[in-house]
Ligand binder design. Structure first.
Ligand code: TXA
Ligand code: MG
Length: 332
């Protein structure tokens, strides 16, 4: 545990660190972010170093006002305007052609930039006080479980950040939904806190293209991911994780933990006998509650020195899509 780092709610202190080109961990409604001044390449470089993140994986830029989107991007298409009107501030990230003020390092040299307006008062106040957009990936080591509390950040990145702004546990608990646009259709680059159903209710059935995850995610020449950052292995605990419909199928392992949405009374009793420990994400089967608990539950199981974590898939609807996406990558 690396908890010597300063943790608090002092936005002015955080803003002064940002101004000096240092890293500050910020609360958002989705997960904690590792933030730096997005327009300062030296500060942004520290993010990649701290996370041990490959430079081909571009960052999301966080803003606090709609006008800032125009500072960072070229013309905003009508369908994106509609999306941000409806879902900002909130767990939606839009990918648009960028302006030249956005450093190459932020976008990994792509012609586009990912932008979102988080729905957390402390994050918004920090962006406003800094007077700068903040580049911020999730505040975890690359490929590992995302943080949903200030202590999660301290545990993994405590020595790399100048300050952790503590906004309490994240309410949504999984990352933002990322969309790009192609002509008048949206491309769902990453399922997240805004569901496909919510988007289609706004933009119409069939207005969203979901890229085939089985298609090669890398190009054949240089290994650059075509959908950057969407690597198969991600969000992973150190303990092996296996997805399994039938949780009572016996395994050869001895110390096994269970991660599941919901258990019946009878299954809960059986699970407590059969598993070393188990995490039930929502006793009522509520997917929003499950999402808010998801990463913390994985971390908890991961800290128990288990041989294996067995996880059950979520219903493939609403937030269940994003949860299955995270689970599949954690299991890879
Ligand atoms: O909820 C969230 O989005 C959190 C909080 C901190 O805001 N952030 C987050 O960042 O999840 P990160 O770095 O863990 O994931 C960002 C994703 C990556 O998969 C990256 O490849 C993708 O956004 N991305 C960034 N810029 C892109 C671009 N120009 N085109 C396509 N994908 C992009
Ligand atoms: Mg991440």
């Amino acid at each position: 545990m690396k908890r010597s780092v300063e943790i608090g709610v002092d936005v002015s202190c955080a803003a002064s660190k940002i101004a000096r080109g240092q890293l500050v961990a910020i609360p958002t409604e989705t997960v904690y972010g590792l933030a730096a001044d997005a327009l300062n390449p030296l500060a942004v470089a520290k993010i990649f170093e701290a996370k041990q993140r490959p430079k081909f994986d571009p960052l999301i830029v966080h803003i606090a006002s709609r006008e800032s989107l125009d500072w960072l991007t070229e013309d905003v298409p009508a369908i994106i305007q509609k999306m941000v009107d409806r879902f900002w501030p909130g767990p939606l990230t839009v990918v648009l052609p960028r302006k030249s003020c956005v450093p190459d390092l932020v976008t990994s040299g792509l012609g586009t930039v990912a932008v979102r307006m988080p729905d957390h008062p402390l994050a918004r106040r920090l962006i406003e006080q800094s007077g700068k957009p903040l580049a911020a990936p999730s505040a975890n080591l690359f490929g590992r479980t995302s943080p949903t509390t200030a202590l999660h950040v301290a545990d993994q990145l405590g020595e790399q950040v100048a300050y952790i702004l503590d906004g309490g546990p994240c309410q949504v608990g999984i990352e933002s939904t990322i969309v790009a646009v192609n002509e008048d259709r949206l491309i769902l680059l990453r399922p997240g806190g805004i569901t496909l159903e919510q988007i289609e209710e706004l933009t119409g059935t069939g207005s969203v293209v979901i890229p085939d995850s089985k298609q090669a995610s890398r190009d054949s020449s240089g290994g650059l991911p075509l959908v950057p950052g969407q690597l198969k292995e991600h969000y992973a605990p150190l303990t092996p994780l296996m997805i399994c419909e039938d949780i009572f199928r016996s395994t050869a392992r001895t110390r096994v933990g269970l991660l599941t949405l919901q258990l019946s009374e009878a299954d809960r009793k059986r699970a407590s006998e059969m598993f070393e420990s188990f995490e039930e994400l929502s006793a009522t089967g509520n997917l929003a509650e499950a999402a808010a608990n998801f990463f913390a539950a994985i971390r908890k199981l991961d800290g128990q020195n288990l041989d294996l974590i067995i996880a059950t898939p979520f219903p493939q609807q609403g937030l269940g899509r994003a949860l299955n996406d995270r689970l599949n990558r954690a299991a890879h």
